[in-house]
Design a protein around this ligand. Structure first.
Ligand code: SF4
Length: 380
């Protein structure tokens, strides 16, 4: 049964409802009958619905453009549709947009925004402007909270509340793009999936959001796939899945320790995804996609920032794929057992890597004063 069948079933029975597209249904609190998320429809499904309503086929593309390029939050904004059609859409569907709840501006230009989902959850996105390089990056969330409990991360302490819909991930980019244009006169140039949640544990919706970001207009935003980076705590099976699915964007592994003993301590996911398993998965990924791979490495004082740690990291950079390392300055969260590495130690660590042929960038934290830095997103 397709979406039409689902809709008929709701209307007929109006009491019990067994969704066919489980992951694409969103229930609105207090609603007697749940409305289907129209942005869960494929174009073909939308065309079928409009055919049944005896609307011309091109209407589907018009609606699609309103949803995925203009990203309107209300059917009434779809000004080239008849009033009757807008009303019919409104009666049966919802767009389930995000609503701005709170926006904070850092002294360094970083902007953190907290969004409210239709069911009352709060998620966060961060705009990181680098005007000198004309780079405006948005860091997006993929889940409400996270189940992975990395020891240094505030989001991990929340637990996972739910996965975000592809449309909710996509909306963060569109909304922050508007913010960037208003604040800096420049749209978003890069998207990183490094906010709240583990993208590869919300695989289908993460991929769906990327599909809409990269599809050429009027089917999507037309963003280059190489401007997008998905970051994972390291789920080897899903890295292989990305390779099999022909993933065209960049992949970042949140490494943070170059041996299993330390990584097990700070990232429990490592217990079932050892470094060797991850390296093999990354080799597979590179062989199949040729995609860019980076390691994210937060430097914790006297934990993973010694020269012995750097040596182990060099070994991990000598596998059968090119990789660059981003060393990230740590932003302590309340109750964290870690502090950030001292400047000298950080420099010595970075120098050891460069001296051994590793491409390294040291990333200074952005938005620390508004808890927008790496690992700090947690709806304070
Ligand atoms: S670092 Fe990422 S994967 Fe780990 S708990 Fe935080 S959000 Fe989850």
């Amino acid at each position: 049964m397709g979406i039409l069948g689902v809709i008929k079933k709701i209307n007929r029975q109006n009491r019990t409802f067994v969704p066919v597209l489980q992951t694409d249904l969103i229930l609105s609190e207090g609603e007697a009958t749940p409305k289907q998320n129209i942005r869960a429809c494929t174009l073909a499904q939308l065309e079928a619905i409009l055919a049944e309503w005896q609307e011309p086929r091109f209407r589907a593309k018009q609606i699609w453009e309103w949803m995925w390029v203009k990203a309107v939050t209300d059917f009434d904004a779809m000004s080239n549709l008849s009033k009757a059609l807008r009303t019919r859409l409104k009666d049966q569907f919802d767009l389930y947009p995000l609503f701005e709840n709170k926006t904070q501006h850092s002294n360094d230009g970083t902007i953190k925004t907290q969004w409210l989902t239709h069911d009352g959850y709060k998620i966060e996105s961060v705009l990181i402007p680098v005007p000198a390089d004309e780079r405006y990056t948005v860091c997006v969330s993929t889940q409400v909270g996270c189940s992975l409990t990395c020891k240094f991360c505030a989001t991990g302490r929340m637990g996972r509340k739910r996965n975000l819909q592809g449309s909710e991930i996509f909306d963060q980019v569109v909304l922050v793009d508007r913010q960037a244009r208003e604040s800096f006169g420049h749209g978003i140039t890069n998207v990183v999936y490094m906010g709240m949640g583990e993208p590869l544990l919300n695989y289908a919706q993460t991929m769906k959001s990327i599909e809409f970001l990269t599809a050429p207009a009027p089917m999507g935003l037309g963003m280059a796939a190489r401007r997008i980076t998905v970051s994972t705590a390291g789920i080897s099976k899903m890295i292989r899945q990305l390779a099999d699915d022909g993933f065209r964007s960049n992949l970042a592994l949140s490494l943070h320790a170059a041996d299993d003993a330390k990584r097990n301590e700070i990232m429990p996911i490592n217990a079932h995804n050892s470094l060797e398993a991850l390296m093999e998965a990354l080799e597979y990924f590179y062989q199949k996609t040729g995609g860019r791979i980076s390691y994210e490495y937060i430097a914790f004082q006297d934990y993973n920032d010694s020269i012995a740690d750097a040596k182990r990291l060099v070994q991990l950079c000598r596998r059968q794929f090119p990789v660059r390392v981003n060393i990230i300055e740590y932003n302590p969260i309340d109750g964290s057992p870690f502090t950030k590495s001292g400047e000298q130690q950080l420099m010595a660590f970075g120098k050891y890597l460069t001296d051994h042929g590793v491409t390294v960038t040291v990333r200074r934290s952005r938005g620390k004063d508004i808890d927008a830095a790496c690992g700090q997103l947690a709806n304070k």
